[in-house]
Ligand binder design. Structure first.
Ligand SMILES: Cc1ncc(C[n+]2csc(CCOP(=O)(O)OP(=O)(O)O)c2C)c(N)n1
Ligand SMILES: CC(=O)[C@@H](O)[C@H](O)COP(=O)(O)O
Ligand SMILES: [Mg+2]
Length: 642
């Protein structure tokens, strides 16, 4: 596939090189940047639509502001590939999301042009405000570069999360010079939901861009002193630039917009004005189109949010061969089936109807399916309210995003023993999205909560049984976790029955060493047992199913009947293995001479890579389990003695 011709872009090593470009050059630069972004993502896969929607904005921001001294903070940062291309990373852009390559998100360790890392949404205004406060206190940044303007670029989807309002509330109070750009493309991953989204649409609907364009030009030419110094004329001109934005103004922001975020002339004019005049918080409302300038993305239902590698000319995506249904689809099908019978079953997603597989449920049961927007904290407490009201809510969140709602899990759900069912998707390692999206901590942070039931599915047949178990469990909160990607390919139960709470299963009987797996590592544990058998060691393999309550009888039995016990889990230190260790210690198993090891994710964050590479780094593959068994049994010493 030939690469696009990019004569202007080829001259840009850092944003400083843009100084010599005219406004008309900048328009052409944007076209080249768009072509380069499409070309790069066609080779790597990744987030496409959001980046294409901010091409003009990215060029204009880097042309007008002085990064890295001016701190440009991208919310979520899935739209930051064009920013990476302009900020010295073009030569590595085709390594995006690969092991040893560029991260798919902004990352402080990667570049001085990334002043704040992100990947979870709605943090940008808080971070930019913190930078602004540090600047006004004389801080120079930990890079000691000095701090200039602090600019947050946040999407309309991200504006549904409480954190954005907490930050604006504080910004209006602190009244510091701060620039927030609301990138409103009327899209989240799915169409955005909620009253705020409707409010933004109304602002947009009332504002013909043409009038605003002339107002912006007028502002550039005629603005007098800072518009917060009581200069009436400046205020009047900026008022002309704004047609609404009452909510933002009430919060203490000067509202500018809405403006056409693809009109370079208008963008440059507005940014120049704001740069020269702002002395308090300003919100620029830019209207953009997700996927802009690439027809296959623009016409996609998700506006090309994320993609596998594709043919840049035809837009045709490469498809991975699938051998089994995805865990997500198995969960969604099982839940929808149960909801046909049980009118109390509700489903809650936080802006991820497709990612959690719930789109079909939302269509089929419009009154019992809730997309609450990017608002995980609210999702948890909303589900708690549903449970208190006699419903059977399933709160379906990615493990990493549930972290947002932890206090709500403790305070609103666990303490009140409310039967909220947590369907925890993307549990464990996730590959190309890297450390920010890994579901590493859920078992650790849920298994310590009194009264919680915590399950982990070893395969898709187990998952449907866990959905049934959760549906039937009205005694208190219950969670089940399952990974990203496709299942194992096992036969599915025709009539999945609930599991007995706190009961695991022995999958392979042996002696000497017991491999006790929780969740996804069962298959590698079985493979390790095969390899051990070839060496004459018959290992027992058990599937714990429950991290809480533990199957005490099974675990103490394994401890009694084996010389060594190894726990295996795709979760952080402090999870299942730690609870097993406590049980064994309390019951004196170690006093009786049991050898014990825990295999967990390492105590470090694992950067983006293929799943295979990540398991290698985490030492959670079949060969690692085999090696651990040999080590704990001290087979080398035995063989030496023999
Ligand atoms: C806390 C959190 N929840 C969910 C997500 C998943 N997510 C990533 S991007 C996105 C949509 C963001 O929409 P918007 O802010 O409007 O940006 P756009 O993609 O439209 O440019 C969502 C839901 C996330 N990154 N963080
Ligand atoms: C940026 C973001 O948070 C999502 O787009 C995420 O990358 C989706 O991940 P999945 O592909 O696992 O749904
Ligand atoms: Mg959006």
């Amino acid at each position: 596939m030939s690469r696009p011709s990019t004569p202007l872009l080829d001259r840009i090593r850092t944003p400083a090189d843009m100084a010599e470009l005219s406004d008309s050059d900048l328009r052409h630069l944007a076209d080249e940047l768009r072509a380069e972004t499409i070309s790069a993502v066609s080779e790597t896969g990744g987030h496409l639509g959001a980046g294409l929607g901010v091409i003009e904005l990215t060029v204009a921001l880097h042309a007008i502001f002085d990064a890295p001294r001016d701190r440009l903070i991208w919310d979520v940062s899935h739209q930051a590939y064009p920013h990476k291309i302009l900020t010295g990373r073009r030569d590595r852009i085709r390594t995006l999301r690969q092991e040893g390559g560029l991260s798919g998100f902004t990352k402080r360790a990667e570049s001085v042009f990334d002043p704040f890392g992100a990947a979870h949404s709605s943090t940008s205004i808080s971070a930019a405000l913190g930078y602004a406060a540090a600047r006004d206190l004389g801080g120079r940044g930990i890079d000691d570069a000095g701090i200039g303007d602090c600019i947050a670029v946040i999407g309309d989807g991200a504006m549904s999360a409480g954190m954005a309002y907490e930050a604006m509330n504080n910004a209006g109070h602190l009244d510091k010079r701060l620039i927030v750009i609301l990138n409103d493309n009327e899209m989240s991953i799915a169409p955005p939901v909620g009253a705020m989204s409707s409010y933004l649409s109304r602002l947009y609907a009332g504002a013909p861009f043409q009038e605003l364009k002339s107002a912006a030009k007028e502002a550039v030419n005629f603005l007098p002193g800072p518009f917060r110094e009581g200069a009436k004329r400046a205020k009047d001109v900026l008022k002309h630039m704004a047609v609404g934005g009452t909510l933002f103004e009430e919060l203490g922001f000067s509202y500018v917009g809405p403006i056409d975020g693809h009109d370079m002339e208008q963008l440059l004019a507005v940014l120049r004005t704001v740069k020269s005049r702002a002395d308090g918080p300003v919100l620029i409302h830019a209207i953009t189109k997700k996927g802009k300038g690439y027809a296959p993305a623009e016409s996609a239902a998700d506006r090309g949010h994320a993609t596998t590698k594709f043919d840049a000319v035809t837009g045709e995506k490469s498809k991975a061969k699938s051998n089994a249904p995805s865990y997500t689809s198995v969960f969604a099908k099982a839940l929808t089936g149960l909801a046909e019978e049980d009118k109390r079953i509700c489903a809650v997603t936080a802006a991820m109807p497709d990612g959690t597989g719930l789109s079909g449920f939302l269509e089929r049961f419009a009154d019992r399916g809730f997309d609450v927007g990017i608002a995980e904290q609210h999702a948890v407490t909303f589900a708690a309210g549903l449970a208190a009201g006699g419903m059977r809510p399933f709160c379906a969140l990615y493990s990493t995003f549930l972290q947002r709602g932890y206090d709500q899990v403790v305070h609103d759900v666990a303490i009140q023993r409310l039967p909220v069912r947590f369907a925890i998707d993307r549990a464990g390692l996730v590959g190309a999205d890297g450390a920010t999206h890994a579901g590493a901590f859920d078992v650790a942070y849920l298994s310590n909560l009194p009264g919680f039931v915590v399950m982990a599915a070893a395969d898709e047949a187990e998952l449907v049984r866990m959905v049934a178990t959760a549906a039937a469990h009205d005694e208190g909160p219950i969670a089940f976790r399952f990974p990203r990607g496709e299942g194992v390919g096992v036969e599915m139960p025709a009539d999945p029955q609930p599991l007995e709470i706190g009961k695991g299963r022995i999958v392979r009987e042996g002696r000497g060493v017991a491999l006790l797996s929780l969740g996804t590592r069962l298959q590698p544990a079985l493979k390790a047992a095969e390899a051990l058998a070839a060496r004459g060691i018959e290992a027992t393999v058990a599937d714990a199913r429950f991290a809480k309550p533990l199957d005490r009888e099974m675990i103490l039995g394994l401890a009694r009947d084996h010389d060594a016990l190894i726990t295996i889990e795709e979760g952080a230190v402090g999870g299942f293995g730690s609870h097993v260790a406590q049980l064994l210690a309390d019951e004196g198993a170690f006093d009786a001479g049991l050898k014990f090891r825990m295999m967990t994710l390492p105590d470090s964050f694992i950067d983006q890579a293929s799943m295979e590479a990540m398991y290698r780094v985490a030492k959670l593959g079949a060969e690692d389990i085999e090696a651990k068994a040999l080590e704990v049994l001290d087979v080398a010493a035995i063989e030496r003695r023999a």
